[in-house]
Design a protein around this ligand. Sequence first.
Ligand SMILES: Nc1ncnc2c1ncn2[C@@H]1O[C@H](COP(=O)(O)OP(=O)(O)OP(=O)(O)O)[C@@H](O)[C@H]1O
Length: 551
Amino acid sequence: MKNNAFKGKNTRMVPVRLMVGYTVLAVISGLSGFAFISTVNKVISMSISTDISRQLNFYLAIFIGATIIFFITRRWLSAGIIYLSQNIYWGIRRDVINLVLKAPYRKLQEYKGEVYSTLTADVANVTNASFMVITFFSAIILIISCLIYMAFLSLILFGISCCVIVAGIALYLLRSRKSNEQFKVVRELERNFINGFNTILGGAKEISVNPKKGTDIYEGYLSDIMDRGEKTNTKAFLKYLNSELISEMLFYSLITFILIYSGNIFHIPLGTIVNFVFVLLYLMGPIVSVMTIMPAMNRATVSLKKMSELRTALRSSTEGYDTEMAGTEKYHGFRSLEIKDYSFSFGEEKFSVGPVNMNINRNEIVFIHGGNGAGKTTFINTILKLYDIEDGKVYVDGQQVPQDEMDCLKSMFSPVFSDFFLFDNFYGIKDVNLEKAARYIRIFELDEKVLIRNGRFSTIDLSTGQRKRLALINALLENRPIIVLDEWAADQDPHFRRKFYKEILPMISREEDKTIIAITHDDRYFHLGDKLMKMEYGQLIEINKTQLDNV
Ligand SMILES: Nc1ncnc2c1ncn2[C@@H]1O[C@H](COP(=O)(O)OP(=O)(O)OP(=O)(O)O)[C@@H](O)[C@H]1O
């Protein structure tokens, strides 16, 4: 069974139908176990009172039948458990990755820690529980069958046993409520732990140079989380263990009482008492199984709840986002693009951009400059639709882009961010023009370092400036009409920087029919742009190029 989050409304992270199927198998397995034990009982009691030598073949057939059914169902179940748990394990990961791939950038930043926790801790919790769920149901069926059989043997003893069992269950449930609260606390700690761990991985270089940073993260943050996690988890498991032991003690007391006193008090025949105690002893196994499995089930329940919350949050954020629309090339042939009254805010009393107006014509080179923190990247992120604008319209060739086509705009842009990520393959590019790639490798002066081999760059182990050149080549191969660059030249040497502004940008614009929006601080090249804009406190102003000396 394939598990895909986006296949249908009713797809779940746990394959419920499969679980129901295996549960039915577990019922059969439980009943065959019960058939075995009740036959043993019958043979014992008949052996005490009568000669059963003539019926031995009949009971032998029942034993063999029950054993074979038990063996076959167990075999199926065990194979099923492996299949099911692997299905759940990889299915949840598939689901989460599908959600992540469709989630808006800002939501993803917000839920990053949660996604890691789900892919690691939650998936493991649910998979472990799925290993046990069938044993759990099998045990429950066995318990119910045994209880019915016990009622059939002696109603009085059954009544007494029920009182003890109900008391044991009540005590167990009462105490397990507290343990569940503790499991929830540990789940939160888990997320904080992963955040801390990511800080260590992200800052690995800095920590390596100054190990004290790592020690501080460990001692000041992670160590406390781990101590609390260890203590809380231990407490929760110990509570379960104590409840289990108390319940077992109650059970042994019940057996002792029945064996020693029930004959005298209730005048129950010895044969019935022996049968009853035998079933009770047999019952211990499944009861202990249920109690042992409960903590894992409860942890899995906490994880399932968290996963479902994550799913809802990521899904709700993808609502209205049209992936097909985002991939269309409807506006790729644009001649002019007008952004009108774009505004965006990080939240109340936080930084905001806009209203921003901007006109771009095809093949133009537009430079945006401005001080640190002025809002240049934020504005770029809004036109790339990484951030959802609060207000604004877009006109392509003088026609307003309808609201339901706004997602089409995304496919017009190929960005190279200042904190770019260089993919080691031409992902998302149909029919890569390898000749063009090789030509750009030469133009970008990387031909002594990089080749195109097996349809990809032979290496990406390069300097930051060189990697940025490859990222730009990647963007050029994307066949999208607007290239967006955020401080691209900042990592280039003076020679290549000059070449970039004087030769490469004009060439890209003319030969590749591209429009370029570039955030830059390189004021000595501002005159080479067709337009120069300045971002100041979230407002974008067009600079008249005759005023360049005053910039
Ligand atoms: N995720 C965020 N949440 C809240 N505020 C943010 C966030 N990211 C940036 N800001 C705020 O937005 C402002 C503009 O940041 P932005 O990155 O757009 O500036 P910039 O002009 O690109 O600066 P630089 O030249 O330093 O890259 C900053 O002052 C910062 O306080």
